[in-house]
Design a protein. Structure first.
Length: 195
């Protein structure tokens, strides 16, 4: 049997832990759901306009994988994101002290998303390692949507840690207004797509 002793005081690894209070699950879940919905919508809209998703989804190999941007399902996407946000909240809450109380918490959370939800997905989605290996999509299409998800997960991670460390009523009000706006826009998009 080997006995290892590690003197933490003599190691070069410094982990700064603070005493930020942890939010209740309900407060945490609202922050996760609303931040996910808002960053998802804002970055999705920006990417749609800047990267011209309509053209890419109609003329590249992505047309076999993605619904056209005129589909009611695409318009409904933002309104369905609270379900995904709640799933994130359920998964992340047991780990909240790790990213809320550590000085590098935002990077820890962002790394978790990049590693497990963007690059290391379980299935072969575009932009993931599995997608690059197992799909017939050209590399340019794997790289095509990565800026959107990299920036979105960064903004989400930064926003969540910041909001949990510095809660304020105005943030709840502003996010409530933003969520309401996005949900209304999504419903309007579905109705327009069905006409």
């Amino acid at each position: 049997m080997v006995h290892l002793e590690v003197d933490v005081a003599k190691t070069d690894v410094a982990v700064e832990i603070s005493d930020y209070p942890l939010p209740s699950f309900n407060a945490f879940a609202w922050r996760v759901v609303s931040l996910h919905l808002l960053t998802y919508f804002m970055l999705g809209l920006a990417a749609y306009l800047i990267l011209d998703y309509r053209q890419a989804y109609e003329t590249t190999e992505l047309r076999y994988l993605m619904r056209p941007t005129t589909s009611p399902w695409v318009a409904a996407g933002p309104a369905l994101q609270p379900v995904r946000g709640l799933l994130f909240a359920l998964i992340l809450y047991p780990l909240a002290s790790v990213f809320i109380r550590r000085s590098s918490g935002m990077l820890i959370l962002w790394s978790l998303f990049l590693g497990m939800a963007v690059l290391g997905t379980a299935g072969p989605s575009p932009g993931s390692l599995e997608g690059i290996i197992y799909t017939k999509l050209p590399l340019r299409l794997h790289l095509f949507g990565l800026p959107e998800v990299i920036v979105q997960t960064f903004l989400f991670s930064f926003g969540l840690v910041f909001w949990c460390r510095k809660p304020a009523r105005w943030k709840n009000v502003a996010s409530g207004i933003g969520v309401g706006f996005v949900l209304l826009m999504s419903v309007a998009g579905v109705l327009a797509a069905l006409k």
